[in-house]
Write a protein that binds this ligand. Structure first.
Ligand SMILES: Cc1cc2nc3c(=O)[nH]c(=O)nc-3n(C[C@H](O)[C@H](O)[C@H](O)COP(=O)(O)OP(=O)(O)OC[C@H]3O[C@@H](n4cnc5c(N)ncnc54)[C@H](O)[C@@H]3O)c2cc1C
Ligand code: SF4
Ligand code: SF4
Length: 845
């Protein structure tokens, strides 16, 4: 049995483990391996790249694995214990808790630690670094009762930390020793614009500042003093002044370590001891430490192959970065500082749009060596492909950064060579995508499942989709999003036609824009679009044949053929009298009652002919339909909020009722759920809803496009600290934009995932009115709000509509096939065996 020990369970260590296990599985006749993974943190590997999201979510949201997964893979996994020594002679590691493990192969994935400059006073309470979940817990605790926070370091991580302090409600400052921000990635002009843009977000930037002392403050916890500048008072200091490799173990056991840090590795990621590998941020390859995750993954793959003698070489990695910092696009590609001899520069600056673009071009003008983007990253993907694949530039290279067209000049997927990297996080090339399509993948999602492309930072989603579609098209597979054979339009296009041509019926739409007789796909879809546009009653003669069974009977059909009745209980708030009424109705009609996940009461077991009788009583008592049967707004769940809860900061119930009353009845591509929590403890689980609203001291945070269901998705934070009016305005616009552009049966979660440009694009449409359609969206929403009707109340007033609720065409009799038995004091449908027994007993009698 061979023994492998992996020290460190960070992003790269974990990637190594997965690669190793895959290789092990793929190797025929491979020797047995006993794998031990030792991680010092109290969590299994998590996504450090998205660390800041921990402020809005729990740790599970970032988890890359779990102890259970390692267990299932047969890995011995130790968390919360650090390796303290390596004995290379006996091939043994020992841990802080006194355990020891022998190894045949050892992998060091110990990462790096944040460098804290030795400024006097740096070791005090409320001075932090920004690297681990524990660091963020400490920062969050310290922010309570604090007003001001300072980040020392204006690089990529420093700006991210400053954003976090701002989100925690602190006045945030960034102190940078260099004369500009992000000096590694951005040049002087870009840095100047970046500083201006960041200051517009209310983060104060101080460049060219050298901190000399952190001492007790007068108005805040601390006072920071600087060389040649006035002092600054702050309650918290976060150091983000670069990283240093955690190479102490390697140093102590005599491995070759560079004098400035980093365990020296060869192209196979082996250290000076061939049985010990180093990967990720602890490793130094050709005098270079890579502070990004993608190169670490490449090292992990190389080491995981080399152990099985599969040929692999680490050949360096591209350090290009595409970021959004404090909402500002920043991109940096290759030789951003034009250090290559003879390099030429093209620059473009737009003061009104606040964007800056620079290209660094080879002396012969043929190759793109590097680029810097500030304020607009839409040019990034194309420039990156030119640079990575050494594609020859056009005769006028500057055309690539000049705004001569509406959108950035795109380099079509077709023009890329097969070696072009599509997903740099997972190292998936165009060739890999082509192979996946050849093996039967038909969508970008299939290719992503098969190759991993797009599952890292997600920046390549559009390019991946374009590449897959281009490949499918080449194979004669028609890539279209037509609704069905009867309409050569997508749902979005049909919505547009219905709206602009004022089409009110399916028959008219089919006659003017479709062909054939229609089918079970286009009928309910068009029925839904018509309802979401004109809000006419779904049982009107011209619409009723379009509806699904549930809509046809304004109730959900259950497995035994009975129906359920769900009155609306806005925000989950209900009076005792209303509760009693529901109880009385349930008793009279012998219905099974159950409280639903959406905080209302479901009454089961109603026969078709009973539905109007039941609803008459409920409508008379003031209830409205809860529309549990429609692809429409369902519930707005809420916690008790500030009215009752001692943590609550806003009236969550009041807001939930307001939202539910506003949007009730609106139909959409799929069901839509809301929730409102009265504080960040989030008892209403708003982040798993299509629209989640969470109270803050200053208003409301709006989350969008979450859902539970078969493929859960955590909602994304759309905007923070909104007042009531802005909150509603944003929901109006997003909701209506979804109604217009969503695909058939597409929940908001999948809609956002498929929306080109994702959350940022949605923000630009809704907040900045990028498409100039907000006024339109609001008018359309207003029309729906003004035409609300309770579908059951209207039905009860209309004899024609009521005829539909007869079990048998000619009579209002009940259906004898429906048999109930008693369970836990209520009825439930009889099972087949129970029905047979009951019939046998009655025949015998
Ligand atoms: C806020 C933030 C944002 C970032 N954003 C980006 C980004 O946008 N793009 C990008 O590419 N990169 C980004 N990075 C960098 C990226 O996270 C790192 O490159 C990556 O995590 C490195 O992985 P690693 O496994 O080498 O090290 P780490 O993730 O640091 O993991 C090392 C692990 O080893 C453990 N360990 C150390 N010593 C021992 C020991 N003796 N015994 C046991 N365990 C030990 C550590 O506790 C740690 O858990 C970001 C980093 C941060 C902090
Ligand atoms: S979310 Fe906050 S306000 Fe609402 S019940 Fe929970 S703790 Fe109370
Ligand atoms: S989870 Fe499944 S069984 Fe339960 S209500 Fe939903 S569809 Fe029915």
């Amino acid at each position: 049995m061979n023994r492998l020990v992996v020290v460190g369970n960070g992003m790269v260590g974990h990637h190594f483990v997965i690669q190793f296990m895959q290789n092990l599985k793929a190797q025929k006749n491979a020797a047995d391996w006993q794998v031990t993974v030792i991680g010092e943190e109290h969590y299994p590997a998590y996504d450090r790249v998205h660390l800041s999201e921990y402020f809005d979510n729990d740790a599970d949201h970032l988890a890359l694995t779990s102890a259970e997964e390692y267990d299932q893979l047969g890995i011995h996994f130790i968390m919360g214990d650090a390796v303290t020594g390596i004995n290379r002679k006996t091939q043994q590691v020992t841990t802080a808790s006194g355990q020891s493990f022998n190894y045949d192969k050892l992998v060091l994935g110990t990462g790096s630690y944040p460098f804290v400059p030795p400024v006097p006073g740096h070791e005090q309470e409320h001075c932090f670094v920004y690297r681990t979940l524990d660091d963020l817990d400490a920062i969050r605790n310290s922010a309570q009762g604090a007003k001001t926070g300072v980040v020392i370091g204006g690089g990529l991580l420093g700006l991210e930390a400053a954003n976090a302090l701002k989100q925690l409600g602190l006045e945030a400052h960034v102190i940078e020793f260099a004369p500009r921000l992000m000096p590694v990635q951005v040049d002087e002009d870009g840095g100047e614009l970046l500083k201006r843009l960041i200051e517009e977000t209310d983060v104060q930037v101080h460049t060219g500042y050298a901190t000399t002392l952190i001492e007790a403050g007068e108005s805040s916890r601390y006072r920071m003093t600087f060389k040649d500048h006035d002092p600054l008072e702050t309650d918290m200091v976060v150091f983000s002044a670069g990283i240093r490799p955690r190479d102490q173990l390697a140093r102590e056991c005599g491995l070759d370590v560079h004098e400035r840090g980093g365990v020296i590795i060869n192209d196979q990621c082996q250290t000076s001891d061939e049985n010990i590998y180093a990967i990720g941020e602890v490793a130094l390859w050709q005098n270079k430490i890579y502070g990004l995750v993608a190169p670490g993954y490449r090292m992990a793959e190389t080491a995981a192959s080399d152990i099985f003698s599969i040929e692999a070489n680490f050949t360096g990695a591209d350090m290009s970065t595409k970021l959004k910092l404090l909402g500002i696009d920043v991109g940096s590609i290759g030789d951003a500082h034009a250090q290559t001899e003879g390099a030429e520069i093209y620059q473009y600056y737009d003061g009104t749009k606040k964007t800056y673009r620079k290209m660094v071009v080879s002396a012969d003008g043929k190759k793109l060596l590097g680029a810097v983007l500030v304020g607009d990253n839409s040019y990034y993907d194309t420039l990156l492909q030119y640079s990575l694949n050494a594609i020859e530039l056009p005769a006028e290279p500057q055309s690539l950064i000049l705004p001569s067209t509406d959108s950035a000049p795109a380099l079509g997927a077709d023009m890329l060579p097969d070696t072009a990297t599509i997903c740099s996080c997972l190292n998936v090339t165009k060739g890999d995508v082509i192979a996946a399509v050849d093996n039967g993948c038909c969508t970008a999602a299939d290719v992503s499942d098969c190759t991993g492309a797009g599952s890292g930072c997600g920046g390549c989603a559009q390019l991946l989709k374009d590449t897959v579609n281009a490949e499918l098209a080449k194979r004669g597979v028609e890539v279209n999003n037509h609704l069905c054979e009867h309409f050569s339009y997508s749902r979005e296009e049909l919505t547009h036609i219905i709206l602009t041509k004022q089409i009110k019926t399916y028959a008219q739409l089919l006659a003017e824009h479709g062909q054939g007789l229609g089918c079970e796909i286009c009928k309910p879809t068009v029925g839904g679009i018509l309802a979401a546009t004109w809000n006419e009653h779904v049982l009107n003669e011209e619409h009723v044949s379009l509806q699904d069974t549930n809509d046809t009977f304004l109730a959900n059909m259950q497995k035994d053929g009975t129906y359920s009745v769900v009155p609306r209980i806005a925000g989950g708030e209900i009076t005792p009298d209303a509760l009693i009424k529901i109880g009385e109705v349930a008793k009279e009609f012998k219905l099974y009652t159950k409280i639903t996940g959406g905080q209302r009461i479901d009454l089961f077991g109603a026969q078709l002919h009973q539905l109007p009788l039941i609803w008459q009583q409920l409508v008379d008592a003031g209830f409205e339909t809860g529309q549990a049967y429609g692809k429409s707004v369902r519930t707005v769940k809420s916690c008790v909020g500030s009215t009752w809860c001692r943590y609550g900061v806003q009236d969550s119930v009041g807001m939930a009722i307001h939202i539910e009353d506003r949007y009730k009845g609106i139909r959409a591509p799929h069901k839509v759920k809301f929730a409102v929590s009265g504080c960040t403890r989030e008892c209403a689980e708003a982040q798993s809803k299509d629209f989640g609203v969470i109270a803050t001291e200053n208003g409301w945070n709006l989350y969008v496009c979450g859902n539970g269901g078969m493929k859960p998705r955590h909602a994304d934070l759309f905007a923070t600290d909104l007042d009531d009016d802005t909150l509603i305005k944003y929901i109006d616009r997003i909701f209506m934009f979804y109604i217009r552009t969503g695909e058939r049966l597409q929940r908001t979660a999948r809609w956002l995932e498929n929306l080109e440009g994702g959350l940022d694009y949605l923000k630009s449409v809704v907040i900045d009115d990028h498409l100039g359609i907000n006024a339109d969206l609001e008018v359309q929403m207003e029309r729906l709000l003004n035409t609300f009707q309770c579908e059951w109340a209207t039905t009860l007033r209309d004899e024609e509509k009521l005829k539909r609720f007869r079990t048998f065409v000619n009579a209002a009799d009940s259906d004898d096939n429906i048999v109930f038995v008693q369970e836990r004091g209520q009825i439930r449908p009889a099972r087949t065996d129970e029905k047979e027994q009951l019939i046998a007993v009655s025949n015998a009698g």
